[in-house]
Design a protein around this ligand. Structure first.
Ligand SMILES: Nc1ncnc2c1ncn2[C@@H]1O[C@H](COP(=O)(O)OP(=O)(O)OP(=O)(O)O)[C@@H](O)[C@H]1O
Ligand SMILES: [Mg+2]
Length: 400
């Protein structure tokens, strides 16, 4: 009996992880010595890669990786989450440092300095700064540190989060200063689901990591599909399995998202009579698969009132240069609605789109779509700005 949950399928990207570590050390073709900023669409395997590939590779190199997910708890301030991760790591090394301190008779200045700082109040007045805390952690564990901040753009949504990002930059500069052979004591890795969002960390002088580049995180590729086909086809009689080409085509249609592919395969088995059914569906109605991948978004989008649709369209089309009240944006709303939108209606629409997690806001009025994949899908299915017909006729938009 087909049961894809029996044994979890995992696919490792060790070579990619190694190349990123080289880049962080400044030894790769890609130079990420001032920080690695990885952008990739939602649900395409960023966190899995950090956890299962990149962190193990860092440990192999003798680094101490720390992982923070700024979306893990949206109720908590991003700065608090970063500080909590550092504090946890400090606690992990407390045992070894106390032993080490006893061994050297508490004489070593660096150790004394570590002991005297107040780490219960990191980042607060009177407490240690984030840079001090990371320096102390580095001294305690005696290894280069790597801080991995998943969904880093989320930090930009609060002033404390922005301050924490600046503090990380300061820490990076403080820890890496005066190192021999350009060795680094602190490596920074940040991920985000949208290139435009991450850009807000690096674009302007006033932004924390001004000057660093954004790297597009590679989507899972044919190697993943080949490994998946091997795993999958062990569960079928010879000749009844899925072909790599067919799986690859389906994977592309669902935006290179593993979960979606698993759903498609599961449905092919239960509803289409197996692998042959999927091949047939792809040959006859590939678009149906693609639409299913975006089904949830499509129904949310269809339910939006006209003003929100117009603002959404403008963000999608004008990003990264979109500014809500610029002449280009005002013209775009008008083109779609047939009449101008008032300032308060624009603001109201943006707030509603943020609540629905379709649009993301960095402080100071910069907006972007939540996800690169979402933008690509929307523009592909709406190559022209749709013109909304008056409500009395129809509000429904043709999709596809
Ligand atoms: N290398 C892999 N091998 C097998 N499955 C994977 C792999 N990478 C990701 N997946 C699966 O894809 C799904 C999404 O992965 P993950 O949560 O890492 O993506 P993400 O890009 O971080 O998503 P989000 O945008 O929600 O943060 C998970 O179900 C995960 O198990
Ligand atoms: Mg993730």
């Amino acid at each position: 009996m087909f049961d894809p949950t029996k044994e979890p399928f995992t696919y490792r990207r060790d070579a990619l992880a190694a190349s990123y570590c080289d880049a962080l050390e400044g030894r790769g073709i890609l130079d990420a010595s001032s920080g690695l900023f990885l952008a990739g669409p939602r649900r395409t395997g960023k966190s899995t890669f950090l956890r299962d590939d990149l962190m193990p590779q860092m440990r192999l190199r003798g680094w101490e990786p720390l992982y923070v997910d700024l979306w893990a708890d949206r109720a908590r301030d991003p700065a608090e989450l970063i500080i909590a991760a550092i504090r946890q790591a400090l606690a992990r090394f407390d045992g070894p440092v106390l032993k080490a301190a006893k061994r050297v008779g508490l004489e070593k200045l660096t150790v004394l300095k570590v002991v005297s700082l107040d780490f219960s109040k990191i980042g607060q007045p009177g407490g240690a700064t984030i840079a001090d805390a990371l320096q102390a952690l580095h001294t305690k564990c005696g290894k280069p540190l790597a801080l991995l901040v998943d969904e880093a753009q989320h930090a930009l949504s609060s002033p404390a989060g922005v301050a924490a990002m600046f503090a990380l930059k300061a820490a990076r500069d403080q820890l890496n200063q005066g190192q021999r052979n350009h060795e680094r004591s602190l490596h920074l890795v940040m991920t985000g689901s949208n290139r435009d969002k991450l850009t807000h960390l690096v674009l302007r002088k006033s932004q924390p990591f001004f000057g660093a580049g954004i790297t597009r995180f590679p989507l899972l590729d044919r190697g993943f599909i080949e490994a998946y086909a091997l795993w999958l086809n062990r569960q079928f009689a010879p000749g009844c399995g899925f072909e790599v080409d067919v799986l690859m085509q389906a994977f592309e249609l669902v935006g290179h998202r593993p979960e979606m592919l698993k759903t498609v395969v599961g449905e092919a088995v239960t509803e289409l009579g197996g692998a042959a059914g999927l091949s047939q569906q792809l040959a006859q109605n590939a678009q149906q698969l693609q639409r299913r991948a975006w089904h949830e978004f499509e129904s949310t989008y269809n339910g939006l009132p006209p003003a929100q649709k117009a603002v959404f369209d403008a963000v999608a089309r004008l990003s990264p240069g979109y500014e809500p009240f610029a002449a280009t944006a005002l013209a775009a709303y008008q083109a779609m609605l047939g009449k101008p939108l008032s300032t308060s209606a624009i603001q109201g629409a943006l707030d509603a789109l943020r609540d629905k997690e379709l649009v993301w806001r960095a402080g100071r009025g910069h907006y972007a779509l939540e996800d690169d994949g979402l933008q690509a899908w929307y523009l592909q299915s709406h190559p022209q700005t749709p013109v909304l017909t008056p409500p009395s006729v129809s509000l429904a938009l043709p999709i596809g």
